[in-house]
Design a protein around this ligand. Structure first.
Ligand SMILES: C[S@@+](CC[C@H](N)C(=O)[O-])C[C@H]1O[C@@H](n2cnc3c(N)ncnc32)[C@H](O)[C@@H]1O
Length: 274
């Protein structure tokens, strides 16, 4: 159910949920208060059975709305913060290209991350089977230097690789070399995280629920404990669940009461999340 009203509620130890239209909710947030924004917005006519993805008459109406909420997010983002926006390309999803072009006129392009979903996800006959989605990373402005902790998202080497690398004779100090290898390698901007299967225990009933492991990488690398993380399109509360567990403050906005309640239950532990 969608209404035009707005209410806030405290959830868990660190969170606040805002039931509202995204623009109304964002207008109530302090300027430059969020270290990290994770936005997984409606894609526009991709989820054909969902009202929330089919409310615009045209690509240009959708893009006009997108620019409004992106500008509202820029207002609340700290100057050294990052904003991630999820999107994808496919038969119907070409509007994502225009979205990237429009929003990078307002905020500064920072990176394009590939979410490798590990398996293909539809039955496309006229091209390769899609397997990835994209996450556009934006920083506040051109000269901003965003906070990013590469050490927080290192990827471990397996034992065979460590033993092989330790045979490299160029490294005289074996102990130091081993300690270095055991820290793992830096993650690339291709994040391989399996998408949630229908039977996954993590799934709680939202049609576009993102995996916790994917959001964990964004939160661990792009915020510190105690920082405020904002998700303006909260859905099932994936960002909230990760932020709450990682000791970040968080705000989640959604204009469907069903999803506000789903997030609340997820954080308060009445729903299985992993
Ligand atoms: C793609 S889903 C987000 C899924 C989420 N990342 C997750 O892991 O569950 C987009 C969400 O945006 C919400 N939404 C759509 N239009 C909105 C608006 N104008 N204001 C606030 N929320 C909106 C929908 O209800 C939906 O839950």
């Amino acid at each position: 159910m969608t209404q035009q009203s707005l209410f806030w509620s405290d959830v868990g130890e660190h969170g606040r949920l805002c039931y509202a239209d995204v623009l109304k909710g964002l207008a109530e947030i302090e300027p430059e208060s969020c270290q990290l924004i994770i936005a997984d917005p409606p894609y526009f006519q991709v989820m054909l059975d969902e009202d929330w993805d089919n409310r615009w008459k045209s690509d240009s109406a959708y893009l006009k709305w997108t620019i409004k909420w992106v500008e509202a997010c820029q207002r609340v983002l700290k100057p050294d913060g990052l904003m991630y926006i999820f999107g994808q390309l496919g038969k119907r999803e070409h509007v994502w290209l225009h979205l990237c072009s429009e929003v990078t006129k307002r905020m500064q392009f920072h990176d394009m991350i590939i979410w490798d979903r590990a398996v293909g996800y539809n039955d496309r006959k006229d091209s390769f089977t899609p397997q990835y989605e994209m996450v556009l990373a934006l920083r506040h402005s051109e000269n901003a230097t965003p906070y990013f902790d590469k050490d927080a998202v290192r990827v471990p080497y397996d034992e065979d690789t460590i033993q092989l690398y330790l045979k490299d004779k160029r490294y005289k100090d074996k102990k130091a070399r081993e300690a270095h290898l055991r820290k793992g390698k830096y993650a690339t901007n291709i994040l391989r995280v399996p998408s949630l299967k229908g039977a996954s225990k993590e799934k709680i009933g939202h049609p576009t629920q993102k995996p916790l492991a994917l959001i964990e990488k964004l939160i661990a690398s792009s915020s510190r404990e105690g920082d405020l993380v904002l998700d303006p399109f909260m859905g099932s509360g994936t960002t909230a669940a990760v932020a709450e567990a990682a000791g970040r403050k968080w705000i989640g906005i959604d204009n469907e009461t069903e999803y506000i309640e789903m997030t609340r239950q997820r954080i308060e532990g009445t729903t299985v999340t992993e």
